[in-house]
Write a protein that binds this ligand. Sequence first.
Ligand code: ARG
Length: 456
Amino acid sequence: MWGGRFAAGPASIMREINASIPFDKRLWQQDIAGSKAHVAMLAQQGIVEGEDAQAITEGLNRIAAEYEADGVPVDLDLEDIHMVTESRLAQLIGPIAGRLHTARSRNDQVATDFRLWVRDAIDEVEAGLLGLQRALLARADEHADAVMPGFTHLQSAQPVTLGHHLMAYYEMVRRDRSRFADARARADECPLGAAALAGTGFPIDRQATAEALGFARPTDNSLDSVSDRDFALDYLMAATQASLHLSRLAEEFIIWASQPFGFVKLPDAYSTGSSIMPQKRNPDAAELVRGHAGRIMGCMTALCVTMKGLPLAYSKDMQDDKPPVFEAHDLLGLSIAAMTGMIETVTFRTDRMRGLAESGFATATDLADWLVREGGIPFREAHHITGRAVAAAEAAGVPLDQLPIATLTQIDARIDARVYAVLTVDASVASRTSHGGTAPAQVRARIAQAREELGS
Ligand code: ARG
């Protein structure tokens, strides 16, 4: 009836919408591993003859070698990686291949494959984040004493050290790694054997397949096993948060690389020029890390929305779980690698940072604290006196530590020359010795502790 408007008939559209092989071919290693564990267990339990199980295992090994060499053939008619592999197995070993699918369903098969894949993905991310932490530690150590303006509201607030600033990102990445580790621990249950949704009457050994695939234990509810995608959401949520941190760091680099800041010179390897403005040096890699965070969050949202309305147990909507996870994983891997490379090779312009820290009246709080400590003045009053000193310095066009003592005593008679000892930026940072504070000694202590955490 509507054939005139459609180039292809419904059967062909169905074939296209139904197929997941274009993307789930990425699960081939996990699919082969799952099938091998399953058939070994079937033989062990006497559900399939030993000889048949051996033929199936050999066939699966051969298919793995083929996939390795030539890639997975994309045949939309065969729908997904499970069917592509099973049909190839039948070509290779004949009808015996059909015994592999005893006591399982594609529903528990795909849930198992995808968990295995996400587990490996977490391991990859973990390794990448560890590398980023090492890079941050190395640069923080190098610049533990380098004074820079610390900001609130992106206004010069108090001097901090560059090492302290970089270590703030170390702490974020530490939490990211712990989120991925949590996600991995929760994903550590094997759904294989849940079959379509209700379990199976065959005397399978779920403990054995779980162990063979490196899971801590089998899942405990067959309905939940085939309909749960928490492991994928856990991954995406951890990835989202990690990408937010990477994006914030990228944003710092973008601001710092701009001429008015001039805090960093980004390496050539992570910058691009402009085709029209020869002076340009654009922080493209950092901007893309910032952009990718948006896409990763989009992937997380996509899977949340896919899952939110689904009744138990498996629904085909769940086939759409894989593209967002694959996409987020690829983007996150690139972002981590790019940020690590930038951290390792960026040139910090510490002279410029120091100059700006000195010019922004950033030690005003130190003056107020000194009045409290040495003059016994209540902080609110000290704040007011300091405000007048800042106004005087601003009017004279000098930093606080260059105001003549006469000017200071005129503002408040309780000020004396000892105050100059706290007005330099170095004195300011050195005085912040509270736990987690910016004093170089504190920062170095945290770096040493962090090295121990990382085992380096
Ligand atoms: N390709 C499917 C997926 O990725 C496999 C499971 C299909 N199961 C089914 N009953 N149609 O989710």
